[in-house]
Design a binder for this molecule. Structure first.
Ligand SMILES: [Zn+2]
Length: 335
C-alpha cells in the first residue's frame, strides 16, 4: 500500500550556494597512479515498508502489511548476503517507523548501489490480486532534480554513483543542472531495466497485476543517483493472496524472484569498483584494442603509450572523473 504522503514530495529549501575553489580535476586524475582494485561488494538497500505505529494495509484476516513485508525482506536479505559480491543493508531492521526521506538518506549513507522498497498492495474490493513493480516517474525525477539543485546541502554531494568522484560543488549552476539531469536520467533508465528483470522473475511465481514497470512519483524512489524500485508483492486485501503472503514458501519465492532480477542486472552491469567487475575483467585476456591496467600506470602514460589523447581514452571508457584501477581493462580507441 502506498499512502498519500509517499507520493507528495517534500519541499526543498532554496538556499544560496557556497562558493568553492575551482579544481582542475582532468589533469589531476590523468597523472594519478592506478589505485588498487577495491573489489567491493555491491550494496543492496532493502526497505521493508511501514513499521511501528504505521501498520500499512491490513488484510481481511488481520494480516498487517508491515509484518509480511519484513518477513519477505529478511528472506531477500539472506539471499543477497549469501551471494558472492553482494551485501544487504536493511533500511528498517525492526518494528519501528522511519520517515520516507530518512529511508533514502540511510541508503545514501550506506553507499547503496540499489534501493528496493517492499510493500503489499490493498484495494477497497477483495478482487484485485498480483504483483506490481514501480520506478520513479519522469515528472517525479524532473521535480526532484530542481529540488536537489535548490537544497544547498545536496550540492556538495556526489553524483555519478558512489564510485564516481564527480562532485557538484566545483561546477557552475547551469552545468550542475545538466549533470544532475543526466545522472537522474541514467538512474531512471537503470531502475526501469532492473524493474523489467524483477517483473520477469516475479511473473514466474505470481500473477502480475501490471505486466509493465509502472512509474509514479513515490518519495522513496527519489534518490538522484541510486536506482530504486518499489515492489507491491501482492494484494493483502485479496483473501487468497493474503493467505499466500503469510506462507513461508511463497514469501521465499517472492524474495528469490526479486533477487534473481536484480542479480541478473548487476552481473551484466557491475559497478567499476565491484568484485563482480574485477572478476569479469580478469577472467578473460584483453583483446587487441584493449589494455589491462598494471600497478603504477597513470592514465596519461597509458594514453601516450598508445598514441591516444587522454580525453579520447576517457570518453571511450566512460571515465567520468573516475579513478583508474589495477586490473581494470580499458578499451583503446583508434586515434
Ligand atoms: Zn505499503
Amino acid at each position: 500500500m502506498i499512502r498519500e504522503q509517499e507520493i507528495v514530495a517534500g519541499r526543498g529549501r532554496a538556499e544560496g550556494a557556497e562558493g568553492s575553489p575551482q579544481v582542475n580535476a582532468e589533469s589531476a586524475i590523468a597523472s594519478q597512479p592506478a589505485a588498487p582494485h577495491p573489489r567491493r561488494d555491491i550494496i543492496i538497500a532493502i526497505d521493508p515498508g511501514h513499521g511501528g505505529e504505521d501498520p500499512g494495509a491490513i488484510g481481511p484476516g488481520g494480516t498487517r502489511e508491515k509484518d509480511v513485508v519484513m518477513e519477505i525482506s529478511r528472506r531477500l536479505q539472506r539471499l543477497v548476503d549469501d551471494a558472492e559480491g553482494f551485501r544487504a543493508v536493511m533500511i528498517r531492521d525492526g518494528d519501528y517507523y522511519i520517515g520516507l526521506r530518512q529511508r533514502t538518506r540511510i541508503a545514501r549513507e550506506q553507499k547503496a548501489d540499489f534501493f528496493v522498497s517492499i510493500h503489499a498492495d490493498a484495494f477497497n474490493s477483495p478482487r484485485p490480486s498480483g504483483s506490481s513493480v514501480y520506478a520513479l516517474s519522469q515528472r517525479g525525477a524532473t521535480s526532484e532534480t530542481a529540488q536537489w539543485l535548490a537544497a544547498s546541502e545536496n550540492q556538495a554531494d556526489l553524483i555519478g554513483g558512489v564510485d564516481g568522484n564527480l562532485s557538484l560543488n566545483d561546477k557552475d549552476e547551469v552545468l550542475r543542472g545538466v549533470l544532475l539531469d543526466l545522472t537522474m536520467t541514467a538512474t531512471l533508465n537503470d531502475s526501469l531495466a532492473i524493474g523489467g528483470q524483477v517483473l520477469d522473475q516475479l511473473g514466474r511465481v505470481n500473477r502480475l497485476h501490471r505486466s509493465r514497470v509502472e512509474q509514479a512519483g513515490f518519495m522513496v524512489l527519489k534518490s538522484p543517483d541510486i536506482p530504486s524500485l518499489l515492489i507491491e508483492t501482492g494484494f493483502i486485501s485479496n483473501p487468497d493472496e493474503e493467505r499466500r503472503l503469510r506462507d513461508a514458501g511463497h514469501q521465499q519465492k517472492l524474495a528469490e524472484s526479486i533477487f534473481a532480477g536484480l542479480a541478473e542486472h548487476f552481473r551484466r552491469n557491475p559497478p567499476p569498483a565491484s568484485l563482480l567487475a574485477w572478476q569479469r575483467d580478469n577472467r578473460r585476456s584483453p583483446s587487441g584494442n584493449e589494455y589491462r591496467i598494471q600497478p603504477g600506470d597513470t592514465l596519461s602514460q597509458i594514453a601516450a603509450r598508445h598514441g591516444v589523447p587522454v580525453g579520447q581514452l576517457k570518453q571511450a571508457n566512460e571515465l567520468n572523473g573516475d579513478v583508474i584501477r589495477v586490473g581494470q581493462v580499458l578499451r583503446i580507441p583508434r586515434s
